[in-house]
Design a protein around this ligand. Structure first.
Ligand code: ZN
Length: 384
């Protein structure tokens, strides 16, 4: 009986959808920059389908754009992910290949174990309302046509207020007042005259970030995490934990677009939206910014109010994929005041840190945040 209960509980726990598994894959090859972020759910068939679709896009992109091309090409895959009432999964996958946009949606009913279509969500009456709304909006739709097809070019997503509809599915949510979060100030003793390093992590957070924070904690170390705006909501608990333990958050754009290849307006949006969601979610305002793919231009330098932070040591963790190799590459290069680039989106990076941190401790290094490093450099300059 107990066994049965246990199995039942495990099954139930296994079914509770969690949102904290975002797969990140960011890479530069030949003339291609690639940034892929997509969620993995608790539903295996759904995961498989998303993975399969993304793999196909990635393969096609590599084949068509990454071979000896002189032009630079960008693949950016981003997502929107909602779970409603622990039952309905909504996933939107947005793919940009250079300026071309594609979208795909996955709607899944967990209880019934099936994909959902428009008839599963809307009642007949809803569909009438929806079509009359569509009629109103149709005048704003951008379209072209030829003798075979009508092409709709939707730059903007159209939103319809859900209150209009009497849906077949139940999406009523209990709203819980969340307590306002303020991060804990930590007191630290840093000796400005002994050796320092600033460890920085890009592209996260991920499911490995908390482990990394815990590992840093063991050595009384802190680091800086340059995060993506689109992951803030999903990983807000991880981010609170990170801040409460004395680490720093920096801005690394909203969804890892190649910032020197978009309009200045889009660039501002990438940065401002990320600032806003960090402020709204964590009550924290980053003061530093790391450009994607390390590319900086004149507009960025002159107009971005955040401090642009690059690095001295690239651990190449994403390329080596091997913790010993990453650790050796890093340990062979470190010097006082260096800024080290890593990614908290890979397990091998976490394992490399298990090798790196005790060695740095033995060598007498203090690991500090970027803001702390800036203060140390200022103090040292003053004392000269
Ligand atoms: Zn990055």
């Amino acid at each position: 009986m107990i066994k049965k209960l246990l199995i039942l509980t495990l099954l139930l726990v296994g079914c509770t959808p969690k949102k904290d598994n975002i797969v990140t894959f960011i890479k530069e090859k030949n003339n291609c920059v690639i940034s892929i972020n997509y969620p993995q759910t608790t539903i295996k068939t759904l995961n498989k389908q998303i993975k399969k679709d993304i793999k196909k896009t990635y393969k096609n992109f590599k084949m068509n754009y990454c071979k000896e091309s002189n032009n630079k090409n960008e693949l950016n895959i981003d997502f929107k992910y909602e779970i409603i009432n622990n039952n309905y999964i909504n996933i939107l996958i947005k793919t940009n290949i250079n300026k071309r946009k594609e979208t795909k949606t996955y709607l899944y009913n967990i209880k019934d174990n099936k994909y959902m279509n428009v008839y599963d969500v809307f009642t007949e009456n809803d569909l009438d309302i929806l079509s009359s709304r569509l009629k109103q909006d149709i005048k704003n739709i951008k379209f072209t046509f030829d003798d075979k097809y009508l092409y709709i070019h939707n730059n903007q997503d159209i939103k319809y207020d859900i209150e209009l509809f009497d849906l077949k599915i139940d999406i009523k949510k209990e709203t819980l007042e969340e307590e306002k979060y303020t991060y804990k100030e930590t007191t630290k003793i840093i000796d400005p005259n002994s050796k320092v390093l600033a460890l920085t992590f890009d592209d996260g957070p991920s499911k490995y970030t908390k482990q990394i924070v815990d590992l840093l904690k063991e050595y009384d170390y802190n680091a800086t995490f340059f995060i993506l705006g689109n992951k803030v909501e999903i990983y807000k608990d991880t981010l609170k934990y990170l801040l409460d333990n004395g680490n720093e958050i920096g801005n690394h754009s909203y969804n890892h677009k190649w910032l020197t290849h978009i309009t200045n307006n889009e660039l501002e949006t990438q940065i401002n939206e990320t600032q806003k969601i960090i402020k709204d979610t964590l009550n924290y305002t980053p003061t530093i910014f790391r450009p994607t793919y390390g590319s900086v231009n004149k507009y960025m330098k002159e107009n971005i109010k955040l401090d642009i932070i690059l690095w001295n040591i690239d651990t190449l963790d994403w390329k080596y994929k091997n913790s010993n190799k990453i650790a050796n590459n890093t340990l062979n290069k470190v010097k006082d005041t260096n800024i080290i680039l890593m990614h908290d989106t890979y397990e091998y990076t976490y394992n490399a840190l298990k090798i790196i941190l005790p060695k740095l401790k033995k060598q007498g290094y203090q690991l500090v945040t970027i803001t702390e490093l800036k203060n140390i450099l200022y103090l040292r300059n003053e004392n000269k």
